[in-house]
Design a protein around this ligand. Sequence first.
Ligand SMILES: Cc1cc2nc3c(=O)[nH]c(=O)nc-3n(C[C@H](O)[C@H](O)[C@H](O)COP(=O)(O)OP(=O)(O)OC[C@H]3O[C@@H](n4cnc5c(N)ncnc54)[C@H](O)[C@@H]3O)c2cc1C
Length: 358
Amino acid sequence: MLVDHIIIGGGIIGLLVARELRKKSQSSTIVLFEKSPFLGDMATGRNSGVLHAGLYYPTNSLKHYHCLMGNHLWDELSSELDIYLNRCGKYVFATNTKEKTILSELYKQAHKNKVPNISQCGPAEIEALQSFVNIEDAFFSKSTGVLDIADAVKKLELWLEKNDVHLLKGDQVLEIKKEKTFKVTTEKESLTCENLYNCAGGFAIDLRKKLGLDDFESYWVKGNYVRLKKEFYNKSLLYPVPQPELKGLGVHTVFGRDGIIYFGPDTEDTTEYDHKQSDQTIEKMYPVIKEQFKGIEISDLEMAYCGIRPKIKKCGNVYSDFFIGTKEQHGIDNYLEFLGVESPGLTAAPSLVKIVTQ
Ligand SMILES: Cc1cc2nc3c(=O)[nH]c(=O)nc-3n(C[C@H](O)[C@H](O)[C@H](O)COP(=O)(O)OP(=O)(O)OC[C@H]3O[C@@H](n4cnc5c(N)ncnc54)[C@H](O)[C@@H]3O)c2cc1C
């Protein structure tokens, strides 16, 4: 059977690609394959849920551009689909003189990136946070927010089903072959399509190899979260300054609708794409938490969840931006791929997917 579009992967990228295609044409046949029995069960459902403002990324990188645009587009999406979004803002804080220098560089970078609504904290604001964090200086980003991801995935699933997108869950794509069209073989069936979208997150690189593309490799970095068993400051997010050697932004607070606080994510290299947390997770994370946050005992923490960052290398070198592969890059007609969509990929997603209809 020949269909117009096949999307591989039911994370936030695949779901929004499907929505974008349906909005463009009511009559096309769109099939999405997700290997897990649930949508949004990999990186999309296992992150901080933060809508980033765009502070950290090199100016004019794809991360910078799509983070700014995506942050704004989530307002439209959340009001169209009634998705819970809390524009709680975040404090980025420095705990010592060395970190104050990093903070001031980050503040300059935020200005260079034209991030809206950032402001330096005054003494009263800093004093108010002193019961919770070891803080010497801070700035506030008002346009940072938290999204209820489970709500977003559910509302997108309902919208796609209502709009006749075929969501085939629990069906892994095993083979893809490019002939005149694409032949896609899954665990359960075989289909051909005119247009193929590789939105497979941490497995996107394995899939593109089936099309003879081998200039990228993937590697994975796990991020663990622990849950706080008592109340803590949850009006805005609290982020330390990012340490240059880290493969993430540093352990910060995360909270959802219920206000329960999580600390995470740490960075742990892994060769297995599984969501097991080591028994030592709390012991490993506690010293970092204790250094930044006040009044937390190790016995206040319990294991929560983890997610895996889909990092990439190009021709052996770390590639730190998103990579959107179109015919211009890989030479294959009607094939689009999203590689290295790590943080701020959730934020950037509504903007990244615009490419399918451009
Ligand atoms: C620890 C952590 C914290 C993060 N925090 C934030 C944050 O606060 N803010 C932010 O903006 N971003 C954050 N991110 C990044 C964000 O989670 C990702 O950028 C985003 O979820 C990527 O979505 P995706 O659809 O590309 O990938 P995924 O959600 O991983 O989706 C890919 C899907 O493809 C499926 N798949 C793979 N292979 C196949 C196959 N062969 N056949 C069928 N299906 C297949 C997978 O099962 C999966 O469901 C974080 C990520 C991590 C790991």
